[in-house]
Design a protein around this ligand. Sequence first.
Ligand code: GLY
Length: 264
Amino acid sequence: HRAVDLIMRERCFGEAGARLVIEECMTGPEVSVMALVDGETVKLLPVSQDHKRALDGDAGLNTGGMGAYSPVPQIPASLIDEILATCLQPTVNALAERAAPYCGVLYGGYMLTPDGVRTLEYNCRFGDPETQAILPLLSGDFGEICHATATGRLSEVDVSWSERAAVCVVMASGGYPESYRTGLRISGLDEAAAMADVVVFHAGTKAADGDVATAGGRVLGVTGTGDSLPAAAARAYEAVARITWEDCHYRHDIAAQALRPANA
Ligand code: GLY
């Protein structure tokens, strides 16, 4: 009731709060499945899982994503085949049949409900931060793959992935996704970026007199890679430990659900 009051009476989202749509409530874990599509050919990227809530243990407010990991061992290959066969490929086929072939990245968000897989959303872009946990696993030339996708030659290029794992921890401004301060100097960036098996992706940063300062809610995506998810997570958090600024906030449990024994 409080949410409806906020949206419809207090209009916290402006005029978007004029109409209420009630949808089926679905429950279950979510996975992100992104695909390269050249209008016809569909090639899947490794499956990843985002962490939408701001705080450890999936507590706190919904965010743009506080971290991601890939692969997702809880998702069997048969389920990925099902998502391709029943969701992604039929969507691409239907668009081609309507003379509106889709070319680019098709990012599907799926929920694994007790009644089976359900599509929650499609985005015509890469996922953030899922992409930071996927592209470090690419074996081929990303530029060549993008060019082949854009020119209808995706079937001609090899899109292969290493057998390794990657974990991306998002470092955010304290207070995000609500109000937060910006312009705070970040230390430890060079030290972290120089580590083997680490990539530091900048999101909400800006140059500040020779230093780097915060300029947004989600500030950095720090990705560690390794031969296993535990090794990748350890690497990512080692890098995160070297970076700091006043009010810095991040989750401490990215990929933890994949590292737990299945019945825990
Ligand atoms: N990770 C959520 C999104 O990119 O929409």
